[in-house]
Design a protein around this ligand. Sequence first.
Ligand code: C2E
Ligand code: MG
Ligand code: MG
Ligand code: MG
Length: 278
Amino acid sequence: YQAKLQNGGFQFFNKSIISTFLRKLDLENELRWAIAKNQFTLFYQPQVSVETGRIEGMEALIRWNHPILGPVSPGEFIPIAEETGIIMDIGKWVLKEVCLQLNRWLSASLVVPAIAVNLSARQFLAPDLASSIHEIVHQTNCNPKHIVLEITESSSMHDIESVLPILHELKSFGFQIAIDDFGKGYSALGYIKQFPIDILKIDKSFVQELTSDSKSAVITKAIIDMSHGMDLRVIAEGVETLEQLECLRRMNCDMVQGYFIDRPMPTEQLEKHYLNEV
Ligand code: C2E
Ligand code: MG
Ligand code: MG
Ligand code: MG
């Protein structure tokens, strides 16, 4: 690149465009090996009941620690994994890992709340999504009732006709379904009525403006009331302050997840602070 730049040909590209491009190429190449090289781990973030403060769920969040690049955030690499299709393998890896972890916890006689796993929009394009998920729970001998599949609103929007039968199939296996990041992106309410969902997660952008922007508060309250009217449980994401928690309590929100409660953490820490024996 330097030589070409000196020749003058690419001088109109500025340095930051080139480094962004190179970074992406690097990540893309490295992502292909990340599973085989054991570079992924899962962190777990507690979801607690607003009423009791007890843990009622936890979300599995992938972490990538590359030996040379260091930690790379999912916000940066998940979009690349989606673009390249590598998300298909990552998705399977995450679910299998969660199943194995669940088994370890259960066989240690720990009380384990439901574990939420993120599914990417792109995974719904695989015609064998449901069967590959079934294969994983079957292989690991895991009961899907312990697992919540989180799908993002935007992903499920595109093509209701093709997503709907897949969701019904996943429900029939025993999984719970949550809509993630609700309110962000293209909100069409029609699909909520059609989708077999159990949980709705309010996007953190609303939660974070809850106490500073009255419109965000009105929307949050409306989402909570609407969810209850449809027998869904509501989780508020990104709760960072006591004021937000108190506000959500007044609004009858069921569960909260966020830094104010706790950060995503490694399994050992979660066990120590949140899991008790039967
Ligand atoms: P998400 O599914 O909405 O997950 C919640 C994100 O919010 C996580 O970011 C979490 O660490 C962060 N978070 C939790 N509490 C707070 C808070 O109080 N304040 C703020 N500002 N953030 C908070 P993370 O782990 O960086 O993941 C980002 C996104 O990457 C996730 O958003 C999800 O869409 C995706 N992702 C993470 N793990 C996976 C995975 O295993 N598979 C797939 N397909 N996507 C994943
Ligand atoms: Mg999520
Ligand atoms: Mg998500
Ligand atoms: Mg979310």
